[in-house]
Design a protein around this ligand. Structure first.
Ligand SMILES: Nc1ncnc2c1ncn2[C@@H]1O[C@H](COP(=O)(O)OP(=O)(O)OP(=O)(O)O)[C@@H](O)[C@H]1O
Length: 246
């Protein structure tokens, strides 16, 4: 009995004659960690922006947390968290000021913000850094803080667009501990990544090639399906015919 929190039917985005996302149809379940993979230019960011209510589709259907992507974008935004590649922390505010600022935007009370700030700062091990400007923190800390801020309001779904770009594997693993923690609390995680070790951490993975969703299954089943030892091999098999990208 899985609750569906994301449902799309032939969701498409055209830019002029170019079809960036081509009739993708899939479902994501509550509490799932769903990996959204594809080579550069495959159409991941475009699809994700439609799902977040930030970009109007050209055709097809999608509902996010039960809300329609054409008509109910404000409700969608209230029920999701979003962390883009250029995450939205303010570098010239301190760690604590950033948490307070975003808590205010999400409509949390002062008491809730105080409580969340304490928990978060402790959980991230940022006690020494709480009064430091975010701009002075290493990238890995910024990413963890940006993720924590994106789920400050305990959304139903959090969308992560390449959240761990540019940091080492140990720091990436620590970031994934936070993802597991959020998923354990029932937050659905929709994540794009280029790192195949991260793909292995997902419950299910979809692979986009030239705007089309070419595969969707668990990492184990995908490896079986492609007689592959690793997700790297699966990715290569699927993406090698791609026209777009580098
Ligand atoms: N506003 C736009 N106008 C025209 N073309 C666009 C626009 N936005 C994206 N595209 C094109 O759509 C295609 C898909 O882009 P998108 O950013 O969705 O891919 P992606 O899978 O997220 O790639 P990456 O991994 O590089 O971020 C690309 O060829 C891109 O150039």
């Amino acid at each position: 009995m899985n609750d569906i929190v994301i449902k799309t039917d032939k969701l498409t985005k055209r830019f002029g004659d170019f079809v960036a996302t081509d009739a993708i149809t899939f479902e994501v379940y509550a509490g799932e960690i769903f990996g959204f993979l594809g080579a550069n230019g495959a159409g991941k960011t475009t699809a994700m922006r439609m799902l977040c209510g930030l970009l109007t589709p050209s055709s097809g259907e999608a509902s996010i947390a039960g809300f329609d992507v054409y008509k109910q974008t404000e409700q969608i935004k209230k029920n999701i968290g979003y962390m883009s590649q250029k995450f939205s922390l303010y570098e010239d505010l301190t760690v604590r000021e950033n948490i307070t600022f975003f808590g205010g935007i999400y409509g949390l009370s002062d008491a809730q913000i105080d409580e969340k700030s304490e928990v978060l700062i402790r959980q991230l091990g940022l006690d020494q850094e709480a009064k430091k400007l975010v701009g002075s923190l290493p990238l890995g800390w910024k990413q963890k803080l940006a993720f924590s801020v994106a789920i400050l309001h305990e959304p139903k779904i959090v969308f992560l667009d390449e959240p761990t770009g540019g940091v080492d594997p140990v720091t990436r693993r620590q970031f994934w501990d936070l993802i597991y923690d959020a998923a354990g609390r029932g937050i659905t995680v929709f994540v794009t990544t280029h790192y195949m070790d991260e793909a292995e951490y997902c419950n299910r993975i979809s692979m986009m090639v030239d705007g089309v969703m070419k595969a969707l299954d668990t990492p184990t089943n995908l490896k079986k399906q492609f007689s592959a030892e690793s997700m790297d091999e699966v990715f290569y098999e699927l993406a090698r015919g791609a026209v777009r990208g580098e």
